[in-house]
Design a protein around this ligand. Structure first.
Ligand code: PRP
Ligand code: URA
Length: 209
């Protein structure tokens, strides 16, 4: 069964509370999204393999550790996942970036894929899949299905807020995918919104409502 890593860092909790507040404007909301993604990136990459190399410091020879060439791709789910990209690239500037476009049909809540453009060597890369919200889990499962159809073997899912229903749906469908989440909230409402949540992440990042 996939492991769920819920963040407990005070900086993450503080910034997330700012995002939940309905009076927080687009600029602050966008900044907090990027900052939390950057802080969560630290946890999600904790298992990156290291190798030892020899270098010279200004005063001595030293054996030091560097990341041993793991190939990573960042894949935001459009639209709202784009808000996490900037913070992730601050930490992993050489990562390649793919995009999966999905929207939730407002009536059925089923995900509809409208775009997919991935690095050509995606099957050789570990993917960090980014979406601020994991609600019913339909969008995340569809995105993971899409990546696996294209040969991706290692996927980690990163969300800011998840509903317990969404976590279970992803775990049942893809038990090999670890989930990194800043907070697991109480429940979904009858419209598929996370309670208490933060509203519509895409609209709040891009100011479309
Ligand atoms: C939001 C969010 C997720 C999805 C989560 O996107 O960014 O992708 O809903 O819901 P689910 O877990 O029930 O599938 P939305 O469909 O609103 O599209 P947008 O990002 O383009 O606004
Ligand atoms: N998508 C969002 O942006 N917010 C929710 O609460 C649920 C799905």
């Amino acid at each position: 069964m996939a492991t769920v890593h819920e963040m407990d860092h005070p900086l993450i909790k503080h910034k997330l509370s700012l995002m939940r507040d309905k009076t927080t404007g687009v600029k602050e909301f966008r900044e907090a999204t990027a900052e939390i993604a950057m802080l969560m990136c630290y946890e999600a990459t904790r298992d990156l393999p290291l190798k030892e190399i020899s270098i010279e410091t200004p005063v001595a020879q030293a054996k030091v550790k560097v990341i041993s060439g793991k190939k990573i791709a960042l894949v935001p789910i459009l639209r709202a996942g784009l808000g996490m990209i900037e913070g992730m690239l601050e930490m992993i500037p050489a990562a390649k970036v793919g995009h999966i476009g999905l929207y939730r049909d407002p009536e059925t809540l089923h995900p509809v894929e409208y775009y997919c453009k991935l690095p050509s060597d995606i099957q050789d890369r570990d993917v960090l899949l980014l979406d601020p919200m994991l609600a019913t889990g339909g969008s995340a499962v569809a995105a993971i299905d899409s990546l696996k159809r294209r040969g991706v073997k290692h996927i980690k899912l990163m969300n800011l807020i998840a509903a317990p229903e969404g976590v279970k749906t992803v775990q049942d469908a893809h038990p090999d995918v670890d989930i990194f989440v800043a907070a697991i909230d109480e429940k979904l409402n009858e419209h598929g919104y996370i309670i208490p949540g933060l509203g519509d992440a895409g609209d709040r990042i891009f100011g479309t409502k």
